[in-house]
Design a protein around this ligand. Structure first.
Ligand code: CS2
Length: 491
């Protein structure tokens, strides 16, 4: 038996379920990138809201790559479980706000049609950093990206997020339908400003008038999203299904903490998300910098160094006291002091909470998962605070060690000589550079500094940056991550 509309009423009493009539729910949001994160975050907030204040805010979830989510959720009528876990146990909630599931590569026309429908007022995005087809160092559209070139040549059958947004907006414009608001929920600095910039450029490349209209008419508010959502495992599926008494093929597992801060700029209207804890604010910037540098910057540092030290998960890495001290030091001494805190936020509390979240023993968050796509993540997580500190004449030893951890990781062999499965849009380039340099910091570091999409033009020319990174990489090659972290943490 499967979780579905038919079995919903018979779930055990402790399982929370949609507190509204799903059959009356109409689609008002299209979400591109319907992965675990969105289902444990934005969809959950919206589901809670619908239970308090019903409205036309059902979500059409679109997968941009493979049919797995649709295939798993179609037999479940779009229902799935969110399992919230920590040391105290697990709470289950079935979410009902996914009204439809589409798979873009199978039927791009259906996605465009849905996005062009007048009832859709918001398009939300979780397409990961690389889904923006931009240059991470400058934030500009990568006009040479194969998907961008494809979508400019074939506007009616797009592949990229930007191609879908542009074509749907163009159809709405032609039909006299007001544009939807584009709400990016990815971990990018100024995610709304970024999507606005690349969308405008893409539209301009299609036609100047369209570009001007996009710039004028389409709102792209910024947002900060936060919830740790590791990839679901078979063990999670089995455990959740057991507890439900029916099979859920596609549950998501997450932590108790969730934060969503959204710039309040929705000309076409929005759900009253503030009634369910979403922070609707005029300026997201300080929240986003705090989160990207303290949470994500620490995460990436833990991911590379932890993986190299042989730790499978974030909580395993944090159980090593030297790693815990390094992360505390990174936040206290280097990334934390670069922040302008958001109104009402307390830096000490925020850092302490993060340490607790990283230690959550009930989440199996693999270092390998976070290590993915480093070329897209490093700039905002570690390089931006490093740049600011250098400008102020301050040391960057721990930030440099995180960057060196990435370099050691993308060299492609672990400390026992086994291959590392490096996933990154630039993986081929990284592998070629690593093969040419060999296991030598003096050769590998300069080769990687040459990636200007990551390091820009300034950092590679600054010996106060290249020096500490190259030295840390040398130590990682010669002494191994555990010894290097122990030494750095003791400093
Ligand atoms: C992680 C994030 O995979 C990663 O890069 O750092 O997914 C992180 O778990 C979330 O941003 C937490 O909000």
């Amino acid at each position: 038996m499967r979780l579905s509309s038919a079995t919903l009423a018979a779930l055990p009493a402790g399982v929370e379920r949609p507190a509204y009539d799903r059959t009356a729910l109409r689609t008002g949001i299209v979400h591109l990138g319907v992965g675990a994160f969105q289902r444990a975050h934005q969809a959950l907030f919206t589901d809670r809201l619908l239970g308090r204040e019903f409205g036309d805010w059902g979500i059409c979830g679109v997968s941009l790559r493979n049919p797995d989510t649709r295939d798993a959720l179609a037999p479940q009528d779009g229902l799935y479980t969110v399992a919230v876990r920590d040391a105290a146990g697990e709470r289950l909630r079935v979410v009902g706000c996914l009204t439809e599931l589409l798979v873009a590569p199978e039927d791009p026309a259906a996605v465009l049609e849905r996005m062009s429908h007048p009832s859709v007022r918001i398009v939300t995005l979780t397409v990961t950093e690389k889904g923006y087809c931009h240059d991470p160092a400058t934030g500009a559209l990568n006009e040479a990206h194969p998907d961008i070139r494809h979508d400019l040549a074939n506007p009616g059958s797009p592949r990229s997020t930007i191609g879908f947004l542009a074509e749907a907006l163009s159809r709405r414009r032609a039909a006299g339908i007001a544009p939807f608001t584009v709400l990016s929920c990815d971990n990018l600095p100024g995610n709304g400003d970024t999507v606005a910039r690349i969308l405008r450029r893409f539209a301009e490349l299609r036609d100047a008038g369209f570009g001007a209209w996009v710039a004028e008419a389409v709102a792209c508010p910024n947002s900060m999203v936060d919830r740790i959502v590791p990839a679901t495992t078979d063990a999670d599926r089995a455990r959740v299904s057991q507890a439900l008494g029916v099979a859920d093929a596609w549950p998501v597992v997450t932590e108790p903490f969730a934060q969503w801060v959204v710039e309040d700029r929705f000309p076409a209207g929005r759900p009253a998300w503030e009634t369910v804890g979403v922070e609707m604010v005029p300026d997201v910037h300080p929240y986003e910098t705090m989160k990207l540098r303290l949470l994500n910057g620490s995460h990436s540092t833990l991911a590379y160094l932890g993986y190299l030290a042989g730790y499978e998960t974030v909580s395993d890495s944090m159980a090593d006291p030297a790693f815990a001290r390094l992360i505390r030091g990174l936040m206290d001494e280097e990334s934390g002091p670069t922040l302008r805190m958001p109104p009402g936020a307390d830096l000490e509390q925020y850092k302490a909470a993060l340490i607790g979240r990283f230690r959550n023993p009930a989440l199996h968050h693999r270092t390998w998962q976070i290590a993915m796509d480093g070329t897209q993540k490093l700039p905002q997580r570690l390089l931006a605070p490093a740049r600011e500190r250098l400008a102020a004449g301050l040391p960057i030893d721990r930030l440099a060690l995180g960057v060196a951890g990435w370099m050691r990781y993308v060299s492609g062999r672990d400390e026992a000589g086994r291959p590392i499965d490096v996933r990154d849009p630039l993986a081929d380039r990284l592998a070629a550079l690593a093969a040419e340099a060999g296991p030598s910091a003096e050769r590998l570091a300069p080769a990687l500094f040459g990636l200007s999409a990551v390091f820009g033009d300034d950092l590679p020319r600054d010996p106060r940056f290249t020096g500490p990174v190259t030295e840390a990489l040398h130590r990682l090659f010669t002494r191994g991550a555990k010894a290097v972290v122990a030494a750095a943490a003791g400093a």
